[in-house]
Design a protein around this ligand. Structure first.
Ligand code: HEM
Length: 187
């Protein structure tokens, strides 16, 4: 089973159709996705700005993380839950959305960056915990995080636009990137 045929199957399920056609549920879920953004993005930005040495420079990184990251995790939980439901409501178009595909790439890089920070960068944190300007590896983590999450937000917002949709004329490259199945016109 390909991912596309899985999405086609999803789109035919009763709950996906119900969600897609619902008058209140879809906008409610989408609004929750957006409202949770202030919790998620607002708090991750504070952590990243501290890592970059731009803000809260007199507060140890460990203290910022301990106080703020639980809120970030709560926000991420709501974002992922509502995001999966948004996908479930419109699986085929979303799967073939170029914006969504890039958003997933940014999400994966951001997730890898979180893993790398906790596994590698934090290892010797006691040495630099109170430094106003953390070491390069920590600053790189902060910069990558800020840029990847910005990408997730911008490309998430763009999913609503049909510029690169499969049902519009596109270049072969865009068709390929979006995984569009193109019917060849009769010669
Ligand atoms: C922390 C992670 C995430 C962030 C920061 C984020 C951010 C956003 C933003 C800003 C929008 C635009 C909302 C609007 O224009 O009304 C959006 C839309 C969307 N997101 Fe997410 N998102 C995240 C995770 C996810 C996940 C994990 C999925 C699915 C697996 C997902 C699926 C979607 C879909 C399908 C839309 C388009 C909704 C539409 O236009 O109808 N998101 N996201």
């Amino acid at each position: 089973m390909t991912l596309l045929s899985f999405c086609e199957w999803l789109a035919e399920t009763e709950w996906s159709i119900a969600l897609h056609e619902s008058f209140y549920m879809y906008p409610l879920i989408e609004s929750t996705h957006v409202v949770a953004l202030f919790l998620f993005a607002g708090t991750i930005a504070m952590v990243d700005l501290r890592l970059l040495g731009f803000a809260f420079r007199d507060v140890p990184v460990s203290e910022i993380n301990a106080r703020i990251l639980p809120w970030t995790v709560a926000g991420a939980f709501v974002m992922v839950l509502t995001g999966v439901l948004l996908f479930y409501a419109i699986p085929v178009r979303t799967y073939q959305s170029l914006w969504f595909r890039f958003k997933v790439v940014f999400l994966l890089v951001a997730a890898f960056n979180v893993w790398r920070f906790h596994r590698r960068v934090q290892k010797n944190r006691v040495v630099w915990d109170s430094d106003e300007r953390p070491p390069r590896s920590a600053r790189v983590s902060g910069a990558v995080s800020l840029s990847m999450w910005a990408g997730v937000i911008v490309f998430g917002r763009m999913i609503a636009y049909n510029w690169f949709d499969c049902d519009r004329p596109q270049s072969d490259f865009v068709y390929w990137l979006s995984g569009c199945i193109v019917e060849l016109a009769d010669a």
